[in-house]
Design a protein around this ligand. Structure first.
Ligand SMILES: O=C(O)CCC(=O)C(=O)O
Ligand SMILES: [Fe+2]
Length: 334
């Protein structure tokens, strides 16, 4: 049994199921201003560069305060948009204007049993998003219903081996401040560096199927088998890590172990991955970008034609720089 409908509006539900995400106006101007002001109050000293999530912080008070405020401010709209739901808090996400502020392509962790329940990430920017300031980019149709996989910090992504094939198919979410991109947490997403001259602030707010048990998986990377330990967790476990980048890779010290399950992530690569991504994207109603992988040989016929027309010899037309540019164009289309 898949998760019961979580959107009140059947059209929202249908679009969300098809695409794995839905774009909806969410916070009004006043709510955006309120969350933006709170961010400034709580972050008097900003880092020089990088991407940050509030959940990386070791300050428990700060993380609880933000998570509770998100539940309060988002409630107005939750009540209008959702049914059969439980909110589970959230965090600020910010990108400093710097080349290292990108976030690697990923799927969010499995936090509910996705065969029965659903977990949403309501990603809401506090400024207008442009192609330059680090937009969220999603791979339409790559969610659990199309390809059911489990995710955890010590588990690989099914597209890891050839992740560039997934990168090529991402679509940027160019949305105004307060407009949410509501993602299924299993959807593949990424965000490029912020190339503007201002910080890019956003909020991630969690909503799940009503009363769904939070779960988390731990794969001991020392083990050479497919045993994965499953834990029942509190709703706000993602803000309970003290030293985020160390603790997420360790066996959890909070929650209750339910014992082990046998599971192996199906790893796809090359043509098999490409075909799967093509199906995902086209089923979601998006165009798959057919990108030629092979670096083409310079085509002699073309050169001869150009040489006679332009009366230039090979090296005048095809300087090493031109060749490099041509190859880049043929590979990336830019
Ligand atoms: O804010 C971003 O750029 C990325 C957000 C993200 O990965 C998430 O909300 O799960
Ligand atoms: Fe994410």
């Amino acid at each position: 049994m898949p998760a019961p409908a979580i959107f009140k509006n059947p059209e929202h539900q249908a679009t969300f199921e098809k695409q794995g995400f839905l774009v909806l106006p969410f916070l009004n101007e006043e709510e955006v201003r309120h969350m933006d002001k709170l961010f400034d109050e709580l972050h008097p000293n900003l880092p020089a560069d990088g991407f940050f999530a509030g959940s990386y912080s070791s300050d428990m008070e700060y993380k609880k305060r933000v998570s509770e405020e998100i539940k309060i401010v988002f409630k107005r709209r939750y009540e209008e948009v959702f049914q059969n739901y439980t909110p589970f808090g959230g965090a600020y996400l910010f990108k400093m204007p710097a080349p290292n502020s990108d976030l690697f392509i990923h799927q969010d962790w499995t936090v509910v049993d996705e065969s029965k329940n659903i977990a949403l990430n309501i990603w809401t920017p506090l400024c207008d998003i442009t192609p330059e300031n680090g937009p969220l980019m999603v791979l339409p149709g790559s969610h659990y219903a199309a390809f059911p996989v489990m995710r955890a910090p010590t588990m690989r992504y099914f597209f890891d081996h050839d992740y560039h094939l997934a990168m090529e198919q991402l679509e940027p979410m160019i949305v105004k401040a307060g407009t949410a991109v509501i993602l299924n947490q299993s959807l593949i997403h990424y965000s490029p560096p912020n190339k503007s001259d201002k910080i890019r602030k956003a909020i991630t707010a969690g909503v799940k199927t009503k009363d769904a048990q939070m779960i988390f998986h731990y794969k001991d990377t020392e083990r050479n088998d497919n045993q994965i330990e499953k834990f029942e967790m509190d709703d706000d476990f993602f803000i309970q890590f003290e030293d985020f980048f160390k603790d997420i890779y360790k066996r959890p010290t909070v929650g209750t172990s339910l014992g082990f399950i046998e599971y192996e992530v199906p790893m796809l690569k090359g043509e098999e991955l490409k075909n799967r991504l093509r199906k995902m994207k086209t089923d979601a109603g998006f165009t798959f970008k057919e990108i030629e992988e092979k670096i083409p040989e310079p085509q002699v016929a073309e050169i001869v034609e150009m040489t006679s027309k332009e009366e230039k010899n090979f090296w005048q037309v095809y300087t090493p720089m031109n060749i490099a540019r041509e190859i880049k164009f043929r590979v990336t289309g830019k």
